[in-house]
Structure formats: C-alpha cells, structure tokens
Design a protein around this ligand. Structure first.
Ligand code: FMN
Length: 226
C-alpha cells in the first residue's frame, strides 16, 4: 500500500473478526516498527502479545472499570454540548457522530477480552530520555521513545490488512498486569493495542482537524497552506 493510504485509514477499529492474527504477521509488523526513533537510541520498548483466553479475559474485566466511568462522563458531556447550542459536535473521541462513536466503543469495551490479540507495549522508563521533567508540569517527552514505535506497529499491521485500536485505560492497572504477564520490575505499561482482522472495510475518511488549523509557520496562528 501507499504510505499515505496506510496513514489515512488506520483507525481505532471497534469490531473484529474472530480469526487469529498469525504470529508471522505480528513479527513482520514489529520487525518494521522497531526502526522508529528513540532518545539516544536506548531502545526501551518491548511488546507482549496476549492471546491466552484467560489472560485476555482478565484484561477485559479490568478494562470495563475505567471504560464505564469514562463513557458515562463522555455521554454527559455530549448532552451538555448538544443542549448548549442545539447542534451535535465531535467529542474527545474524535468522531463526527459522538453517540455512535460511544456505542461502538462500548461494544469494543464489552468484548475487550475476546478480541484476537491484545499487544501490550512496555517501556523501560529509566531508558527513556525525558528533557522536560523540571518544568512544573506533566512530562511528555519520555513517551516519545516508545509511542513512535507503537504507532509504527499499528501502521505496519494496517499495511498487512490488520486493524488495531490503541488504548491506554489499562495502564492504571499496571501492578496487577505486570504480575499477570510476568513483566520485570523496571518495565512499565505504555499502551494496550488491540489487533485483529476488521469486520468491516477500513474507513476512507477519518475525522481530523484540517492542516491550516494545526500547523503554523514562524508564528502560532500563521497557518501553513499548500
Ligand atoms: C494515547 C491514546 C490513548 C487512547 N486510549 C484509548 C482507550 O483507552 N480506549 C479506546 O477505546 N480508545 C483509545 N484511544 C483511541 C482513540 O479514541 C482514537 O484514536 C481516536 O478516537 C480516533 O479514532 P479514529 O482513528 O477511529 O478516528 C486512544 C488513543 C490514543 C492515541
């Protein structure tokens, strides 16, 4: 596939066929993904592919706890937005039809433990290279040693016809999940990527901001145009 087509159609897939994603396909995706950048080339990223039904079931049970709370508050927010001006706007789920997006994400959550594979992206925090820890705000740079490779992995799977959903809600259960999967002490959980063959065709149009409102030249607000 063309790189542009891969990037523009790699969505958060909510419905999967039950077919297994072969380890050879996952291997190829990681083989490509590992060329992503990382601070100091310290290579602090690992993947644990969870296919075992009992382990997936436990991850699914845990996922539902924060998802239920998140979905309830997102629905409240949607109502408030609709009530205030009478029109529906996209929520932080980033979709043009927020209610449908939430229903689909509810279904995805209810089946979390049944999806074909849950790929846990692990990070050795000590080997990330954060340069923004003294700014009196949440540090964001350290994740940059892990997430480009995680996104590469999603793109490399998409290129092979496999859909994914990038999730992070389960990171709050890191201590229990480390035990469940035998993660060494120094490794943290950075993302839980659900992977499987999509039930429906990949989307052709994802809802995103236009370039002009997200890229500026020299001064914030001076839009980049083509
Ligand atoms: C850092 C991050 C965390 C996310 N966490 C979750 C999550 O826990 N659960 C979930 O259903 N989707 C999660 N998503 C997926 C987003 O909701 C999705 O990427 C966004 O809504 C755009 O969806 P689309 O590509 O289908 O348009 C996460 C995405 C990112 C980048």
């Amino acid at each position: 596939m063309e790189l542009s087509d891969v990037m523009r159609s790699q969505n958060a897939c909510r419905y999967y066929k039950s077919d297994d994603v072969p380890n050879s396909v996952l291997y190829k995706a990681i083989d490509d993904a590992r060329f992503g950048p990382q601070g100091g080339n310290r290579q602090p990223t690992r993947f644990v592919i969870v296919k075992d039904p009992a382990k997936k079931k436990r991850l699914g049970e845990l996922y539902m706890i924060p998802w239920s709370a998140y979905a309830a508050s997102a629905r409240e927010m949607n109502k408030a937005i609709v009530a205030s001006d009478g029109t529906e706007k996209a929520t932080n789920l980033g979709m043009s039809n927020p209610e449908k997006a939430l229903d689909d994400a509810d279904n995805f959550a209810a089946n979390f433990g049944n999806h074909p594979a849950i790929v846990v992206v692990c990070a050795d925090i000590a080997e990330t290279h954060p340069t923004d820890t003294e700014l009196g705000r949440l540090s964001i740079v350290g994740g940059g040693s892990v997430y480009p490779i995680a996104q590469n992995f999603c793109l490399a799977l998409r290129n092979q016809g496999v859909a994914t959903t990038f999730t992070t809600l389960l990171c709050m259960y890191e201590p229990e999940i480390k035990e469940l999967l035998g993660l060494p002490e120094e490794w943290a959980t950075a993302a839980f990527i659900v992977a499987g063959y999509p039930e429906k065709p990949f989307p052709t149009k994802l809802f995103r901001h236009p370039v002009e409102t997200m890229a500026y030249v020299d001064t914030w607000g001076n839009s980049l145009t083509n």
